[in-house]
Design a binder for this molecule. Structure first.
Ligand code: LMR
Length: 394
């Protein structure tokens, strides 16, 4: 039977991780997978997470099952973090999921259950795993223009023009902040225009928010999600705690369904519970519990928010340093976009050949579409990267 299996395509980001591991060069630089690293190249356990883990170790008396949707306190804490008071709590159903990927997967399954003919509009480009999961589930996708290769900003006119083709019952996948892979983002005026298109077309937004706190700040990064959720009749939000709490391997995420018609809440919550049961039954609890403890304890919350803010500012500093160094070495402003982009990633906007040359000749690893993880840099490696970029003729 097993011989009937077909080879599956390797995930490009994860394949790159392995390639980096296998590279013996001591000077190699990893700008691939989206994991935060400090100046020493370490992905630390955040201070508040360590403190919460210690408390949990002392206080937890059972590892028995919690609930199909996870602990309701986790849902309340995360709804508060992401949505603030933008929507009434009783309009939101939610289920804990294994990471943000789990939330995306459940969201796509849910929209297919609601509309077997659903099409999902995706930005060109988007996180490759969005496309992979959608393909796996047999859900057709339609690309909307997003990245302007010339300016390395958003092709906003193209985006609006393409979203005008959305039909009622289609889903529009949006990145709440810190667009992955480009780092190019909409401003709030542009988000309002997207809301207007959604209201006009009847498209249902699905927001993937995996980097809250990595862009302009915790509140600022949630502003677009809150605007959309409070303006449209229905929306889905897939949130990840992997990056902003640094709990990658704990698989901590949540899917929220906002329905302004409160009569639908029983149905949406029941569907989320059902999907969890079918796919993995009870969602992982450990990371979700730590997040809940941190968000609900003022001292831990402050400790966490302060550390997250320091991470955000260090990435902004690296962005500026890289843009300045490239300006100095190339004598041109063409890399200025690096300081405008937000979040962990920027798309350099060069060819796969050039990306391959950076890897082969300089030991610099970035994803083939020229996405680089800013958090993989430090003050010493920024000049090395800048020189390699200019020497390669990018
Ligand atoms: C990334 O985009 O690198 C991260 O979201 C990690 C992943 O799972 O791909």
């Amino acid at each position: 039977m097993f011989s009937n299996l077909k080879e599956q395509p390797a995930d490009k980001i994860l394949a790159l991780m392995q390639l980096f591991k296998d590279d013996p060069r001591p000077t190699k630089i990893d700008l691939g997978v989206g994991v935060y690293k400090n100046a020493e190249g370490v992905t630390p356990v955040m201070r508040a997470v360590k403190a919460a883990e210690k408390q949990l170790w002392e206080q937890e008396t059972t590892k028995s099952y919690v609930a199909l949707a996870g602990d309701p306190d986790f849902a309340d804490a995360m709804i508060g973090l992401v949505l603030g008071d933008a929507v009434a709590r009783d309009t939101v159903s939610a289920a804990a999921t294994p990471g943000g990927t789990g939330a995306c997967r459940q969201a796509f399954e849910m929209v297919k259950m609601a509309n077997p003919d659903v099409r999902v509009f995706v930005s060109n480009p988007t996180w490759p795993n969005h496309l992979s999961i959608l393909k796996y589930l047999g859900i057709p996708t339609v690309e909307y223009r997003y990245f302007d290769a010339e300016s390395r900003g958003v092709d906003f006119e193209g985006m609006l023009a393409d979203l005008a083709d959305v039909k009622p019952g289609d889903v529009v996948l949006l990145h709440g902040c810190c667009h992955n892979p480009t780092g190019a983002n909409l401003n709030l005026t542009q988000w309002q225009a997207v809301v207007d298109v959604l209201l006009k077309t009847g498209g249902v937004p699905m927001i993937d928010i995996a980097y809250q706190g990595f862009g302009d700040g915790l509140e600022e990064d949630a502003a677009a999600t809150r605007l959309v959720a409070s303006s449209v009749p229905e929306c889905l939000i897939a949130a990840s705690c992997s990056k902003n709490f640094g709990v990658y391997r704990e698989r901590t995420g949540i899917l929220m369904a906002v329905a302004q018609d409160k009569g639908l809440k029983g149905l949406t919550q029941g569907t989320l519970n059902y999907l969890n049961r079918q796919n993995y039954s009870f969602p992982p609890d450990h990371g979700a519990r730590l997040v809940t403890m941190i968000l609900n304890d003022p001292a831990l919350r402050k400790e966490w928010a302060d550390e997250l803010e320091a991470v955000r500012l260090s990435m902004l500093g690296l962005r500026q340093q890289l843009a300045d160094e490239l300006q100095r070495l190339s004598g041109s402003d063409r890399f200025g976009f690096l300081s405008q982009h937000r979040g962990m990633f920027s798309r350099l906007g060069t060819t796969p050949d050039m990306v391959e040359r950076l890897r082969a000749e300089h030991g610099i690893y970035m994803v083939g579409d020229s996405r680089l993880n800013i958090a993989g840099l430090n003050a010493q490696t920024v000049p090395i990267l800048a020189k390699a970029i200019v020497d390669t003729g990018i």
